[in-house]
Design a protein around this ligand. Structure first.
Ligand code: ATP
Length: 233
């Protein structure tokens, strides 16, 4: 579904990515792991067209999308849940969701307000609350709901559970498991490797803008040295 090959990116003269290879197959959950500042966000932003790739290819369902503007990439079926959530603070929960609603076919049944509220009952009970009045967990659910309203086929989450309490984190993971069961593919950045071992099929570790390891949950779980070396676990 998503195939990234030899991706390079720069900020001015400073190179951040040195040839990233990454793939997400249909229905898979894949992680992007690595310590702070290793290039995870830059990789996601290059895929989404927020950072313009300097070299390499990004294919989505066989179509080359590298260099496309973000809105067109979103329209092609990639939904981003950005780091820091970035919900609209002065809009209500419902208005936040309606703002991104797309009249476009994604994976399976189209997402509607009702479906998002079914997925996140907490949001339903706060549907008229302003974005700023939500808790961190509710904001993250809203950010995911907002991305779902674009009917994506691939959902990309940057720091999916950053700053959330363990119980809320588990809620987010169980929602992602249900979203996966609905047929979406997911690419996720997060620091809670132990949780991701359960949720994800495959993992990619990035170190200083390069992929240093890729493998399955079973392989990653079995290699404590690897986790200590690159993830500080
Ligand atoms: P984190 O988990 O802290 O977000 P990350 O793995 O997502 O880290 P990136 O944010 O992709 O890492 O950063 C990769 C490198 O690019 C870092 O060296 C960072 O300092 C640099 N960088 C990121 N954004 C910019 C920017 N807007 N301008 C200049 N350099 C940047």
């Amino acid at each position: 579904m998503l195939k990234v090959q030899g991706l390079e990116a720069f900020y001015g003269a400073s190179q951040a990515l040195f040839g990233i290879d990454l793939a997400v197959n249909d229905g898979e959950v894949v992680t992007l792991l690595g310590r702070n500042g290793m290039g995870k966000t830059t990789t996601i932003h290059s895929v989404m067209g927020i950072v313009r790739p300097a070299a390499g290819s990004v294919e989505f369902d066989g179509t080359a999308i590298a260099g496309w503007p973000s809105y067109r990439i979103a329209k092609a079926g990639l939904g981003l849940v950005p780091e820091g959530r970035q919900i609209f603070p002065n809009l209500s929960v419902t208005e936040n969701l309606v703002a991104t609603a797309a009249n476009r076919h994604g994976a399976g049944r189209p997402w509607t307000l009702e479906r998002v509220f079914e997925m996140f009952p907490e949001l339903n009970s706060r549907r008229n609350s302003m974005g700023t009045l939500l808790s961190g967990g509710e904001q993250q659910m809203l950010a995911i709901g907002r991305a779902l309203m674009t009917n994506p086929r691939l959902l990309i989450l940057d720091e999916a559970t950053e700053g959330l309490a363990p119980l809320i984190r588990q809620e987010i993971w169980s929602c992602l498991a249900r979203i996966k069961a609905e047929g979406l593919s997911i690419l996720v950045v997060d620091k809670n490797v132990a949780d991701l071992l359960k949720l994800a099929d495959r993992h990619t570790i990035i170190e200083k803008g390069r992929v240093v390891w890729a493998g399955t949950s079973a392989e990653l779980a079995a290699d404590e040295g690897l986790q200590a070396r690159y993830l500080g676990v």
